[in-house]
Ligand binder design. Structure first.
Ligand code: ARG
Ligand code: MN
Ligand code: MN
Length: 325
């Protein structure tokens, strides 16, 4: 290999974004699962200097917190089977939906910092409202496609994809805000990094003919680079539709990202996780990114906190145009 065989890494350009502007949407929310601390994610990521780093990459930034008024004030009274916190998840995801919708409608990049992964109900439907042909890239150890009838844990952070696709047979009243909205089509999602899929989820994936599911097996079999290309192709035959990436940090191996609520060993290396983000930036089609499930309270020591938070920040920087060279 000679030097002229290396492709030049261009500074990424964002085709759908006006004026290199982004909104950091804080989503300090933890009711989609049972472990406290994940609501601290946004402040930890910001304390690490994320905004400063993004401004150095040329972004004009603003920070909003759509949950500021409601955090802790919503009473959970609605019941459906084993599902936890229906009212507070419904209320917060509606607020996040509106913020992501308005941010993307303005031509700004939506960088949403969770919180647990239930917040993606809002980010997906918000981005989809602005971009009807949106493709969703779901980076995770988990498929998060349980319906309210298949979930064993009752935690809505395991259900956001089913909500966004309209797969729930019964939609509890607090979620009625999403009834009139366009849902994500079954062929507009690609998964990368999965290694812990519930039996019920396997059924849901099969029944709905969702086939762009790249597990750790596929990454080992074909290599990360090929898997990313296959996933992008699946979402984007002509390479010109907008992409939302919902990035659960538990996709990366707990060796690198230990402070997360549902760690699963045998995951992406940190470099694979960052390479994916770099490649997404290179497509020019990214319109939004969620970074979710950083939970500093689950670290057993300070190094675990730093490892986890700096991995989350690095994913965001790579997706937003940081190149090595
Ligand atoms: N966003 C996540 N970390 N999700 C983990 C989900 C785990 C399990 N499949 C459940 O539904 O409870
Ligand atoms: Mn996960
Ligand atoms: Mn997840």
């Amino acid at each position: 290999m000679t030097f002229d065989m290396l492709e030049k890494q261009e500074t990424p350009h964002y085709n759908f974004i006006k004026g290199h502007a982004l909104t950091v949407i804080k989503a300090p929310f933890s009711d989609g699962q049972s472990k406290k601390g994940v609501e601290k994610g946004p402040d930890y990521l910001l304390k690490q200097g994320l905004v400063h780093d993004l401004e150095n990459l040329g972004w004009t930034t603003e920070i909003v917190n759509p949950l500021a008024e409601v955090t802790g004030s919503v009473q959970n009274v609605t019941t459906y089977k084993n599902i936890h916190n229906i009212d507070s998840v419904a209320c917060s995801t509606e607020l996040i939906y509106k913020t992501v919708r308005d941010t993307t409608k303005d031509g700004r990049f939506a960088l949403t910092l969770g919180g647990d992964h239930s917040i993606a109900i809002g980010t997906i439907l918000g981005a989809l409202k602005t971009y009807p042909d949106l493709g969703l890239l779901w980076i995770d150890a988990h498929a998060d496609i349980n319906t309210l009838d298949t979930t064993e844990s009752g935690n809505i952070h395991g259900c956001p994809v089913a909500f966004a696709m309209g797969l729930n047979e019964v939609v509890p009243a607090p979620f009625s805000w999403l009834n009139s909205l366009r849902k994500l089509k079954k062929n507009r999602i690609a998964y990368i990094g999965l290694r812990d899929i519930d039996e019920g989820e396997k059924q849901v994936l099969k029944e709905n003919n969702i086939t762009s599911v790249f597990t750790m097996y596929h990454i080992d079999r074909y290599g990360m680079n090929n898997v990313i290309e296959m996933a992008l192709k699946a979402l984007n035959k002509d390479g010109d539709s907008p992409i939302l990436c919902s990035y659960d940090v538990d996709s990366v191996d707990p060796l690198y990202v230990p402070a997360t609520g549902t760690p699963v060993r045998g995951g992406l290396t940190l470099r694979e996780g960052l390479f994916l983000a770099e490649r997404l930036a290179e497509t020019g089609n990214l319109v939004g990114l969620d970074i979710v499930e950083c939970n500093p309270d689950l670290a057993t020591n300070d190094i675990h906190v730093v490892d986890t938070i700096s991995a989350g920040c690095a994913v965001a920087r790579c997706a937003l145009g940081e190149t090595l060279f």
